[in-house]
Design a protein around this ligand. Structure first.
Ligand code: S3P
Length: 171
């Protein structure tokens, strides 16, 4: 555990498959902070899986729930918080993350993302077509916005622990 006295929550952003949850868990352990996965919190709050929330209520309602869960978590004690890939795209959610947290973009290449999400395709946004095409389109839309994060770290297919060390070095 490194001794860094952080008073802000570290918020991981980036596309599906970039490693936010795995890297976030390990980063939290290294920093002696708790780890929270925003998607898991949303599922608990809704009593439904992300897929069911999309099916039953639609994406717009999911985004509202996502915003309120992330806002609540940001107001609490410092954590490492992994967010779903769309969270930072919502202007209000992004403003709150930028105000209260330290944002970290885990940037990864499309082939790597495709390989990772293909292993277990439970993401509603990727079920409507070819994951490679969808991720390519999402990257084009989202990368300019993710680039507004405070820190950008390449999540290039190497060991997740390297990414963790790169984030610590950048803090
Ligand atoms: C989404 C990403 C997912 C989840 C939802 C929507 C997105 O999270 O929040 O399916 O818009 O990119 P992960 O990035 O953790 O897969």
């Amino acid at each position: 555990v490194v001794s860094l006295r952080l008073s802000k929550t570290i918020v991981l952003v980036g596309l599906m498959g970039a490693g936010k949850t795995t890297v976030g868990r390990r980063l939290a352990t290294r920093l002696g902070l708790s780890f929270v996965d925003a998607d898991a919190e949303i599922e608990t709050a809704a009593g439904r899986s992300i897929t069911e929330i999309f099916e039953d209520f639609g994406e717009a309602e999911f985004r509202k729930g996502e915003r309120s869960v992330i806002t609540r978590l940001l107001k609490g004690r410092p954590l490492v918080l992994a967010t779903g890939g769309g969270a930072f795209m919502d202007p209000k959610t992004r403003a709150r993350i930028k105000d209260i947290g330290i944002s970290v973009w885990l940037k990864a290449d499309i082939p790597l993302l495709v390989e990772r999400v293909g292993r277990r395709n439970t993401r509603p946004l990727l079920r409507t077509g070819d994951p490679r095409e969808i991720l390519t389109r999402l990257a084009a839309e989202r990368y300019p916005v993710y680039a507004e994060a405070d820190i950008t770290v390449e999540s290039g297919g190497g060991p997740h622990d390297e990414v963790v060390e790169d984030i610590i070095a950048a803090l």
